[in-house]
Design a protein. Structure first.
Length: 147
């Protein structure tokens, strides 16, 4: 199972909270993460611990930071979400509804399926809201132009 598929929605929100609050010099405090999630610090810690075990977050002196794997997981999530939004938009869902529909499956869909959906849609460059969609990654042994 892929890392993204192992996350709960709340854990994804926790990663986003850390990203928005950490700086190059400091990690995000548990208190700020909890406030961002509208949780108590012990509840927020309950979401942080599995993220640390997955190698997405590291904690040092009470501060949490995203690891490289944590950052790439957020980028990957963004791509999944936007590709799925585009699919739903192309199927006729109203632009105001595509985000909610995408959130129903964006954590469950595999990389392989996202890439197939992207190819079937002729590699869209933006989602229905105008946000950019990163290009497909080439499979091992193939270049992006051959994909």
């Amino acid at each position: 199972m892929e890392t993204l598929q192992r996350l709960t929605r709340r854990q994804l929100d926790t990663l986003r909270a850390i990203r928005s609050q950490e700086t190059p010099d400091r990690g995000a405090s548990l208190k700020l993460i909890a406030a961002s999630l509208r949780l108590t610090p012990p509840s927020a810690l309950g979401h942080l611990t599995p993220l640390e075990q997955l190698g997405l977050v590291e904690r040092y002196r009470g501060k949490s930071r995203l690891t490289g794997k944590g950052r790439s997981t957020l980028v990957e999530y963004q791509r999944h979400h936007r590709v799925v939004e585009t699919l739903f938009g192309n199927l006729g869902l109203a632009p105001k509804d595509v985000c909610a529909a995408a959130r129903e499956i964006d954590l469950a869909i595999s990389h392989r399926t996202v890439e197939e959906v992207c190819r079937a849609q002729r590699h869209p460059t933006s989602c229905p809201h105008g946000a950019p969609i990163a290009p497909c990654r080439a499979p091992a042994g193939r270049t992006a132009s051959a994909a």
